[in-house]
Design a protein around this ligand. Structure first.
Ligand SMILES: [Ca+2]
Ligand SMILES: [Ca+2]
Length: 611
């Protein structure tokens, strides 16, 4: 039911058959009452389709230049009862195939589901590299790539069971959401472990588990108060995607006369002076030879992908979507996607990966930015790449006019550009760039400062598995270096870092710090919704407050290598005058005199203030 492939009894070159019908089910009571089915099979376009179910009618049949596809638009009347809809395909009077199409009831309150937001701390996991909960699924008959844990770019056997087995580990650290790199099938001959070359949009890769396993993992997460964010990729698919041998239309892909790579220069999309040729190369050039570029101006394809997102939200009970390579597909198609999802789920959240390091260019992509060209992306959330770059560098440098702590201050000063800065995702690390620990020269003190900043500034927090274990690696040299196996995730691993005893002293020190920080953040309304006020960094000190009418949290970052400082707080009185005492949320120390506050060298001091 969860996968639209049929085993057919009819074979032969000229025989008419139905091999696939997607999506494999739908729901009653959706806000948009239409559904477009894609039927695939030899000469399926020659069939006549009939449906006999109260409230469901065929609105339109679309044939394309490839006779093996047929698109069937259904109208599902409001008030239609859930049940099994018989969809019959006839050739003349002969019944070729009858599909029992499930029309399900929606989960209670599904339209009002709450997406991830600034109250959340997201743990990013690369599923192949986290934990192998089921070694029996490592190799799958008929799938192109076999497991090989020794190969840096091979499949290592991590799976959904491995994640499910370690949810307590994630929850105890204080995380409230998980983002998994794509779990959709990547049946590619090589380098398929990362998930970004999808070969079936409706199927979880069997080496990770089944669709049902994914749904169960999300249920288990939801029971623990952990939201699930699914990774999706609309810019490209894998070149072994099932439709690549028999494309539905001539314009399904963006193709140039010869192989043309994207120029990856995302500014062309918003640049008022960009040439058409450059822009076309950015958005229609291929991301890689193994990643055919999808043409979202083709409405049948766009519809297919929009419905795919809705199907996963509804089927697996998601709390968010992270969309890969956001500016690379057709931007109008992406805006229709975002608008459609948010129309169906007004409190949901979508975050786009637009790898752009200047706020002036990045802001173009957030919903309701007053773009001069009239474009509205309708995309609520963005990965904050400018702040990422600043966090990487700030603690390595002495603070000057524009370096060191000034980097953080300056990036946040650009927040007047974003329509919704609180919906920016603050991430010191992800699966694409080098490990944070690598960039900060493996300095534990700097690591704690970055974590403290990222967890207390505005926005949604996102970390990456292994940060807590001081994993390092330079992503520019090799992606494999930043996607290492979690020690203890595999049977027979020498150490098991899921347990305190299996970790080194510094690893435990960082986990203890994170556990205090994130669990405090989890329950701190002021860090979720409070305003931000910051003071120009001076004397290697950056002081800022998050505050509401009732409460405030004060953060002091001391970036000085050797100087412990006694901070005179007179400068901060516009906030502090309301408060008489505080508590250091990491050490638990009580402060009864707020006139001077001790700030150790290379550290973050986080104080909850009370009146
Ligand atoms: Ca496995
Ligand atoms: Ca593209």
């Amino acid at each position: 039911m969860t996968h639209g492939f049929f085993t057919s009894t009819l074979f032969g070159k000229n025989k008419t058959e139905l091999k696939k019908l997607e999506p494999a089910n739908w729901w009653v009571g959706m806000k948009v009452p239409t559904l477009q089915l894609m039927a695939y099979g030899s000469h399926i376009s020659e069939t006549h389709v009939s449906i006999n179910y109260p409230g469901v009618e065929i609105q339109k049949i679309t044939k394309v230049n490839n006779p093996n596809y047929l698109f069937i638009d259904l109208f599902i009347e409001p008030g239609t009862q859930p049940g099994t809809v018989p969809i019959s395909f006839y050739l003349g009077k002969k019944l070729i195939k009858k599909v029992d199409f499930p029309l399900l009831e929606r989960k209670a309150n599904s339209p009002n589901r709450i997406g991830f937001n600034a109250s959340d701390a997201i743990y990013l996991i690369m599923p192949d590299r986290f934990a192998n909960g089921n070694p029996a699924n490592d190799d799958q008959p008929g799938m192109l790539e076999k497991a090989n844990r020794k190969a840096p770019y091979g499949r290592h056997g991590g799976d959904l069971k491995g994640i499910s087995d370690h949810l307590d580990y994630i929850q105890e650290m204080g995380f409230t959401a998980i983002w998994l790199n794509p779990v959709q099938e990547n049946n590619q001959p090589r380098s398929s472990y990362h998930g970004y070359a999808i070969t079936d949009y409706y199927k979880v890769d069997a080496r990770l588990g089944s669709n049902e396993d994914f749904k169960q993992l999300v249920d288990k997460c939801n029971q623990k108060g952990i939201k699930m964010i699914m990774d999706m990729v609309f810019n490209h698919c894998g070149h072994f995607h099932w439709w690549m041998d028999d494309l539905p239309t001539k314009d399904w892909l963006n193709q140039f006369p010869e192989f043309t790579r994207s120029n990856y220069r995302l500014s062309t999309v918003s640049d008022p002076y960009a040439s058409k040729a450059d822009l076309a190369k950015t958005t229609q050039g291929w991301f890689d030879t193994s990643m055919p570029d999808l043409n979202l101006r083709q409405p049948l394809l766009l519809n297919y992908l929009i419905q795919n997102s809705i199907w996963w939200i509804e089927y697996a009970d998601l709390s968010g979507i992270r969309m890969d390579t956001y500016p690379y597909p057709d931007k109008d198609g992406m805006a229709i996607w975002a608008q459609r999802i948010m129309q169906e789920y007004p409190h949901f959240n979508l975050v786009g990966e637009a790898w752009i390091s200047q706020a002036s260019k990045l802001a173009y992509w957030q919903k309701d930015f007053p773009n001069k060209d009239g474009y509205n992306s309708f995309l609520p959330s963005l990965m904050d790449f400018p702040l990422y770059e600043a966090m990487k560098a700030a603690f390595n440098e002495e603070t000057t006019w524009d370096k060191g702590l000034l980097r953080l201050y300056d990036v946040l000063a650009d927040d007047h550009l974003y329509p919704d800065p609180m919906n920016m995702v603050v991430f010191p690390e992800n699966h694409d760039a080098g490990r944070l620990f690598h960039f900060i020269s493996k300095d534990l003190k700097k690591l704690k400062m970055v974590l403290a900043f990222a967890a207390t500034t505005r926005g949604i927090l996102q970390l990456y598995y292994g940060t807590e274990l001081l994993m390092d690696g330079d992503g520019l040299k090799s992606h494999a270096d930043i996607r290492k196996d979690f020690p203890g995730g595999w049977p027979g691993d020498k150490t098991n870092a899921f347990t305190q005893a299996g970790r080194t002293k510094p690893q435990n020190e960082v986990i203890d710090f994170m556990t205090k920080l994130l669990n405090y953040r989890k329950h701190s309304e002021v860090l979720h919704t409070g305003k931000l006020i910051h003071f120009i960094p001076e004397d290697e000190l950056y002081v800022y407050f998050r505050y509401t009418d009732e409460k405030a949290v004060m953060v002091i970052l001391n970036n000085s290598k050797a100087q412990n400082k006694k901070v005179n707080t007179r400068r901060f009185k516009e906030i502090l005058h309301d408060y008489t005492q505080g508590i250091n949320i990491i050490s638990g120390e009580r402060l009864t005199n707020l006139s001077f506050i001790q700030s150790p060298a290379k550290s973050a001091t986080i104080i909850e203030l009370t009146k």
